[in-house]
Design a protein around this ligand. Structure first.
Ligand SMILES: [Zn+2]
Length: 292
């Protein structure tokens, strides 16, 4: 799956094709019966109405502009102990690096890994297991992490080493030790036409990439919008959001801006489209899947 933003190309690199999130546990405020009118749009890719579950994909975005290769979020990874989620636990042979190679990108070709936030399903491929040690998967890359996000998870991990499935210890700490982490601030420019945009709520320091190239705009927004159901119901925050009220505010701002300025949204988990445009409809919004 590939799309363009001006002269930038974006490839969706799958790590895990489908992961089901039971609504009562993951998004307790949601009531899917309210979205029956949207059922044809949401099934089968995004919602299992009969199973009362949201369906998401684990996928990285490979963003390339001339001279710079950026990997946005690194999914679940391999070999990581994640007993709470059997499909993540000690995975092998996921094919993720092979799919990157098919796009002409080896681990040493990645210049920047951008972590929108530090949840376990966004940092897994930051590291890989080599001779019993976690080493950086992308040895030449700068790994960019928002300063507030890093400080938050660093202090949580100190107090509670198993937090986030233990992902800070196996997927961030080795990068800090290797000196590859660069902390970044809201509003910084990563490259011409690519700025870092704060998107707090889902996690305290979540950041997106706002890309403006050749008169086109896109926003890589991590988990500010997890599922297309939140386009219809921006008030439905997930149980994983550290600040559900702030997450709602951030989500509404993104949807307003996307509808007003025709910004292509690139969420981390939309299956089989990778991106969506947003159209205003009555008092609310509706997604148009794909680059349009
Ligand atoms: Zn996520």
């Amino acid at each position: 799956m590939r799309f363009n933003i001006g002269d930038a190309t974006v490839d969706v690199v799958l790590d895990l094709e489908c992961f089901a999130l039971p609504v009562p546990r993951f998004m307790p405020a949601a009531d899917l019966s309210e979205l029956q009118a949207q059922r044809a749009l949401l099934e089968p890719d995004h919602v299992d109405f009969d199973g009362n579950a949201l369906l998401i994909g684990m996928q990285a975005m490979l963003l390339r502009i001339p001279g710079l290769t950026i990997l946005v979020d690194t999914c679940v990874g391999e070999d990581k102990p994640r007993p709470a989620h059997p499909s993540w636990n000690q995975r092998r042979a996921s094919g993720f690096l092979e799919r990157l190679a098919e796009l002409g990108v080896g681990p040493e070709d990645v210049d920047v890994v951008f972590c929108t936030h530090l949840h376990a399903d966004h940092i897994g491929w930051n590291t890989r297991l080599l001779n019993g040690r976690w080493v950086p998967t992308f040895p030449r890359a700068r790994y960019l992490v928002g300063r507030r996000e890093l400080e938050y998870w660093q202090s949580r991990a100190l107090a509670e080493p198993g937090i986030g499935h233990g992902s800070f210890a196996d997927s961030v700490q080795p990068l800090l030790e290797a000196g590859l982490v660069v902390t970044v601030e809201d509003g910084e420019e990563l490259a011409p036409g690519i700025t870092l945009q704060p998107l707090p709520g889902h996690s305290p320091g979540q950041m997106g990439l706002h890309v403006r190239r050749g008169g086109e705009q896109a926003l890589f927004l991590g988990d500010a919008i997890h599922s297309p159901v939140q386009v219809f119901r921006p008030e439905w925050s997930s149980a994983l959001c550290t600040d559900p009220d702030q997450a709602r505010t951030t989500r509404r701002q993104i949807l307003e801006c996307a509808a007003e300025e025709n910004v292509l949204l690139v969420p981390a988990h939309f299956r089989n489209c990778g991106c969506a445009r947003i159209r205003r409809e009555g008092d609310g919004f509706t997604p148009l899947f794909g680059p349009g």
